[in-house]
Ligand binder design. Structure first.
Ligand code: NAD
Length: 415
């Protein structure tokens, strides 16, 4: 087994692309490292009256293009290097889609599946009060990520607002509509994955209405992507979550599967599919593979068994660099995370704009603008990929890192 450190991988992909850029090495040195990182150890009362200690992180990688932006994750595997890597991806993602944000990420090492709603609420409120001095609508704006949702965002907004003494909806995105959330945010990342799949299929001359799709991770990103793809006729032949997976070569009934997961908390036990392991879904032969769960799942241990034409990285960092290179050599078109899942941060940006301007946009306006932004980014990445004969990932990173480096150079080094 390879040792998998997401931050080392994030730095390796930065170094590979940075070496090809005609930029001041000093500027590249500055944007290679994380700007700020805060680690907090804090207590929470559990339901049985016991005090439990938790460790949380908020990392701001770069703020040269605007306030830091990035999700908050609740998961047992959360650690500083994972959060650093995810913060760095956010910097490149916001630059790639040209929205005026920097990159951040946060998380708490915990297992929310084994906690009550009350425990998760108390953990959220204490964590946010611990990091409150570095977040804010002008400085750093959290959002949902793995095992956090609109309810958690509402508690974040409320806690921050209580500390300020007035309501601050712009401190967080992905909130419920009732407190300043935007239409279209819940589905935004999956919709963005769907648009990227459609653009990629179009470039390869693949008929999406006849395509077969396998999806790892049937949460927010995976299930929305599945729904949108099945609506245009694609067959979702495999899907999995943390508890297991399913295969049905005739195509899964996505709507029924979503209802089953809502009712039981897992795709496992869905009657209309054969059970397989969570990771086995990645190696089911298909036209489109969407890893939409966690990082480092496509590795040298399974890359040779992956049989697909397009990979849409719904998750952040699902492919380790060596496996990425192997896929490129095999002509598998990998649409990288910073492009494939950028729909979420684009609509988060729209939510923040509505909050600070105190107005609301219509849903079709939000979706149309997001689609246009994703298309513009996709087209520029694809053109560079063809022109320079590099992977889509290297093309995307070239554009993104170049923009962050330019912003840093234009601002100059303080003092
Ligand atoms: P989620 O919590 O809604 O869903 C995660 C899903 O992955 C769940 O179904 C879970 O059971 C499954 N999962 C966890 N571990 C797994 C494993 N080992 N094997 C198979 N399935 C597993 O989270 P989400 O918001 O859908 O996020 C999924 C990925 O997308 C993450 O990498 C996240 O960083 C990325 N992402 C999310 C957003 C967003 O807006 N939600 C935006 C950009 C990127």
């Amino acid at each position: 087994m390879q040792k998998l450190n997401p931050y080392e991988f994030a730095l390796a992909s930065f170094d590979k692309v940075a070496a090809t850029l005609d930029m001041d090495p000093g500027i590249l040195k500055k944007i290679r490292v994380v700007n700020r990182e805060l680690v907090v150890n804090f207590p929470v009362f559990m339901d049985d009256g016991a005090i439990e200690m938790f460790t949380g992180f908020r990392v701001q990688h770069d703020i040269s293009r605007g306030p830091a932006k990035g999700g908050i994750r609740y998961h047992p595997t959360v650690d500083l290097d994972t959060i650093r890597a995810l913060a760095m991806f956010m910097t490149w993602k916001t630059a790639l889609v040209q929205i005026p944000f920097g990159g951040a990420k946060g998380g708490v090492q915990c297992n929310p599946k084994q906690m009550s709603l009350g425990e998760i609420e108390r953990l959220t409120r204490r964590f946010i009060s611990e990091i409150s001095f570095i977040i804010g609508p002008e400085s750093d704006i959290p959002a949902p990520d793995v095992y956090t949702n609109a309810q958690v965002m509402a508690w974040i907004m409320d806690t921050y607002s209580m500390m300020k003494g007035y309501s601050v909806p712009g401190v967080v995105t992905g909130k419920p509509i009732s407190i300043g959330g935007t239409l279209g945010r819940q589905e935004a990342t999956g919709n963005g994955c769907f648009y990227c799949t459609a653009f990629a299929a179009d470039r390869l001359g693949m008929d999406l209405s006849r395509a077969t799709v396998a999806i790892q991770g049937f949460g927010n990103v995976g299930s929305v992507s599945a729904m949108r793809l099945s609506e245009v006729g694609a067959k979702i032949i495999a899907a999995s979550d943390s508890q297991g997976g399913l295969v049905n070569l005739n195509g899964l009934d996505v709507e029924a599967l979503i209802k089953h997961k809502e009712k039981t908390g897992t795709v496992v036990g869905f009657p209309d599919g054969d059970p397989v392991g969570s990771v086995d879904v990645l190696t089911v032969p298909c036209d489109v593979l969407i890893p939409a769960a966690m990082e480092n799942v496509i590795t040298m241990d399974n890359v040779d068994r992956i049989s697909t034409k397009i990979i849409i990285e719904g998750a952040n960092g699902p492919t380790i660099p060596d496996a990425d290179e192997a896929l490129y050599q095999r002509d598998v078109l990998v649409v990288p995370d910073i492009l494939a899942n950028a729909g979420g941060v684009v609509v988060s940006y729209f939510e923040w704009v509505q909050n600070i301007q105190k107005l609301t946009w219509r849903e079709n306006e939000i979706n149309d603008r997001m689609k246009e932004i994703i298309y513009t980014a996709f087209a520029s990445v694809f053109d560079l990929h063809r022109l320079k004969k590099v992977s889509l990932r290297d093309a995307a990173l070239t554009l993104a890192i170049g923009r962050v480096a330019q912003a840093t150079a234009d601002r100059g080094i303080y003092p």
